[in-house]
Design a protein around this ligand. Structure first.
Ligand code: FPP
Length: 243
């Protein structure tokens, strides 16, 4: 296999793994005097468009922050609306994901969601598990600090049981405990809507990722915006701490 990095259509290097903090649904709706749920609905359309575009471009993994572990603080009605949209998305898009050889993955503690949503997700995961194409990762009830805390807890338990020597714990040991362990390294992390924060998303994985903050509100982010982001990535010089 060639070790040369894949090239994007514009000639730049293609990121293998892109993650997106999909922000701005509420503001998109407000600008249109619509209820917030309309913004989330439009956000699902953008999820569809961007995941199709990522596949067409040859991006191996796309990780989308759909529900953070802090999103429970939103009004109950909005949490319910987001669950409803997740149900709709799985029902309407699963066949396409299966057909397109996409492997669906979830990171985060989605088992705290309503029982029927958990069942739908588990069915979708099972039905795409044998697929060999690009990976669509949805972060649901995900938090980077919780992910790292869990990893620390598991390693501490193994150390206490005498199974591992604490001195042998290296970054790779921790990485192997993360939910993203079998995904390509995160190359590009995008946040929409002009906010400049990581909001507890992929904290470990972002260590050497290129960060891109764009003003576009998530529902307005589509194939053209993803292509522009990838072109921007292709122009950056990555040094990973070297010169
Ligand atoms: C941030 O916008 C967006 C979210 C908290 C949810 C993202 C969810 C979706 C795009 C839809 C569900 C996804 C799937 C995969 C079915 P915001 O509401 O915080 O926007 P604001 O900052 O403008 O209020």
């Amino acid at each position: 296999m060639s070790s040369a990095p894949a090239l994007a259509s514009g000639g730049g290097v293609l990121p293998r793994h892109v993650a997106i903090i999909m922000d701005g649904n509420g503001r998109w709706a407000k600008k249109r005097f619509l209820p917030r749920v309309a913004g989330h609905r439009a956000g699902v359309e953008a999820v569809r468009a961007v995941s199709r575009a990522a596949r067409a471009m040859g991006i191996e993994a796309l990780t989308l922050y759909a529900f953070s572990s802090e999103n429970w603080r939103r009004p109950e009605e909005e949490v319910g609306d987001l669950m409803g949209l997740l149900r709709l998305f799985i029902r309407s898009d699963l066949a396409e994901l299966v057909r397109e050889n996409v492997r669906l993955r979830v990171i985060g503690d989605f088992r705290r969601f309503p029982g029927d949503v958990v069942a739908l997700i588990e069915d979708a995961l099972a039905r795409t598990a044998a697929n060999t194409g690009p990976v669509l990762v949805i972060a649901l009830n995900y938090g980077g600090q919780a992910e790292l805390t869990e990893a620390a807890r598991r390693l501490a338990a193994r150390a206490a049981a005498g199974e591992i020597d604490p001195a042998s714990i290296a970054p790779a040991t921790i990485e192997a405990e993360l939910e993203t362990r079998d995904l390509p390294p995160l190359d590009l992390l995008i946040r929409t809507s002009g906010e400049h924060r990581l909001s507890n998303f992929l904290l470990w994985q972002a260590a050497y990722a290129e960060l891109l903050f764009v003003d576009t509100l998530w529902p307005d982010f589509g194939a053209a915006e993803l292509e522009a982001a990838v072109a921007d990535f292709g122009r950056r010089q990555r040094r990973f701490g070297g010169l």
